[in-house]
Design a protein around this ligand. Sequence first.
Ligand code: ADP
Ligand code: MG
Length: 237
Amino acid sequence: LEPLPHKAPVGCLPDGSFSRYAGCDRFSQLPVSKKTKDGLIDCKFKTMTDIQRASLPHSLCGRDILGAAKTGSGKTLAFVIPVLEKLYKARWGDEDGVGCIIMSPTRELAGQLFDVLKSVGKHHGFSAGLLIGGRKDVDTEKEHVNSLNILVCTPGRLLQHMDETPNFDCSQLQVLVLDEADRILDVGFKRELNAIISQLPKHRQTLLFSATQTKSVQDLARLSLKDPEYLGVHEES
Ligand code: ADP
Ligand code: MG
């Protein structure tokens, strides 16, 4: 594998200055809204994990991220927090429609991250929906999908809405999250992902997280990220 571009040391901002938040250990030190801080406190999250500490100074200032860290390292909060902050800063509301799409490889993982989003985001007023197929009635979903602010979905179900739901509108999308990207590709969603990404507005922030760095993750990164910060957090050996 060719090495990923590592553009700047951790904590370096696009203008070359060093983020004053780079050395922070606790969520309370981050430049985030009181609503998000209260959600984190309610969930008893205090100290950041390595991938959170490395990525949040960048993602919170709007940059694209390719974050690689093993399973269990806390990647979910590394994207849930910047998603909430992006929509909060944009004063996103009911009328604004879909502002964020979070893609997950399986129904189970989508459900888990949806629960984290709901509990950490509970002081914000955003609406969120879990679009994962299975037994859920797609026709009822089609009536509501445009009124949701945050969509948590598996690629198959999202593509179904893009293809079938009249007036499905994600033209105002602010953030795209590709969670567990290596697994999304492993389970054979490459075609769906490419089709989805090609239909999304190009002006957006994209956060891509993966447990492993594979050739196909790098291909996906090239397709979906703009000038990304690469953050690989690996165990000391
Ligand atoms: P990953 O997606 O990298 O596999 P998760 O985001 O699912 O990891 O987090 C793994 C576990 O660690 C979860 O139980 C989560 O609640 C917990 N966790 C995540 N971040 C923190 C934190 N900053 N402090 C304490 N526990 C955390
Ligand atoms: Mg995860």
